[in-house]
Design a protein around this ligand. Structure first.
Ligand code: R5P
Length: 331
């Protein structure tokens, strides 16, 4: 899917200047490697009072600037750092600024689903724009409608092809495989997975039940996992509660080996430890969020991390040259 194009002779916005915050240094380096350009020098540090300082080492006047910053833990530091970097570039007269945010925080706060609650994903979109971004780029948004919270153009990309390509490398070794969606919200994407892999689909349904003793969750399985190898898919693992429950129910329903594919490894609290304790043969995820070595160690060799660097690098090249991104996906 990803291929290196010929560089065009004329570029509307000047050369690409790649900047990175402190949230995902390895991914940023890989993107720079794909683009065959260095990450630009900048100083970023936090004062003792927790305020963040940013200074660019060289001018960006008239340049096409990309700031790579994933908004994971510590969420507010990383988000604020992104906003400050964007404003720094704006004040130094960059021609165009793109916020490259592989994982967008607050994506689960996308609607007023109970009285007196905010829509924080909208607030985050507003802040990115107000800071001075002209465009944004992100991967597998929790809900597609978040695109409507931005009034600047964006490339909302998917890791679907990368994950499917990997799944295709082992699908033929599985026994009567079935794809199961760990969350009904992911059902449509799970259906695409199942179709691409040419296997049936099952759903884990979560339902909140309120009783006098409080709120609890009941689960049911729609579909057949009995005596089958199961590929469980979801967009993110945060606390791991959803996957833990899903693995338990599909195991109770007779599943053989379980594989878990998820896009964003948020892995908050002790999720890594809890996930590693599950009867899962392999976890497959991406590097939209770096997994700290201590958390990674829990998984041993049972985790496969697929890099999104080539995908983001290719889209950056195309954005700079004003070329179609859709054609990468045959759209
Ligand atoms: C839910 O809407 C999502 O698809 C995931 O199932 C959820 O974000 C995972 O969160 P946790 O790991 O905390 O259960």
């Amino acid at each position: 899917m990803v291929h290196k194009p010929q560089r065009h002779e004329t570029m509307k916005y000047g050369g690409i200047k790649l900047y990175a915050g402190r949230s995902c240094p390895d991914l940023a380096q890989k993107i720079a490697k794909y683009l065959e350009i260095p990450l630009q020098g900048r100083e970023v540090f936090t004062f003792p009072n927790d305020n963040i300082f940013v200074k660019l080492n060289s001018s960006v006047r008239g340049q096409d600037c990309y700031v790579i910053q994933t908004s994971t833990l510590p969420v507010h530091t990383n988000l604020m750092e992104l906003l400050i970097m964007i404003q720094t570039l704006r004040l130094d007269s960059a021609a165009r600024i793109t916020a490259v945010v592989p994982y967008l925080c607050y994506s689960r706060s996308d609607k007023k689903d109970q009285p007196r609650v905010p829509i924080t994903a909208r607030l985050v979109a507003d802040m990115i724009e107000v800071a001075g971004a002209d465009r944004y780029m992100t991967l597998d948004l929790h809900a597609g409608q978040i695109q409507g919270f931005f009034s600047i153009p964006g490339d909302v990309l998917t890791t679907f092809h990368l994950l499917i390509d990997y799944a295709k490398t082992f699908i033929n070794n599985l026994v009567d495989p079935v794809v199961a969606s760990a969350d009904l919200g992911f059902a449509k994407k799970a259906r695409n997975f199942a179709e691409e892999l040419n296997v049936p689909l099952a759903f884990v349904e979560k339902r909140r039940v309120t009783s006098n003793s409080g709120e609890s969750q009941t689960l049911s399985l729609i579909g057949d996992t009995n005596n089958r190898d199961v590929i469980l898919v979801d967009d993110e693992i945060s606390t791991g509660g959803s996957i833990e429950q899903a693995v338990n129910i599909i195991k109770e329903c007779g599943a053989r080996d379980v594989y878990v594919i998820f896009v964003h490894p948020v892995l908050s609290l002790d999720a890594a430890q809890r996930m590693a304790a599950l009867p899962v043969k392999q976890f497959i995820t991406t590097d939209t969020i770096p997994i700290p070595p201590k958390k990674l160690a829990h998984f041993g060799d049972r985790i496969k991390i697929i890099s999104v660097a080539g995908l983001l690098g290719e889209v950056i090249i195309r954005a700079n040259e004003g070329r179609s991104v859709g054609e990468m996906f045959n759209e």
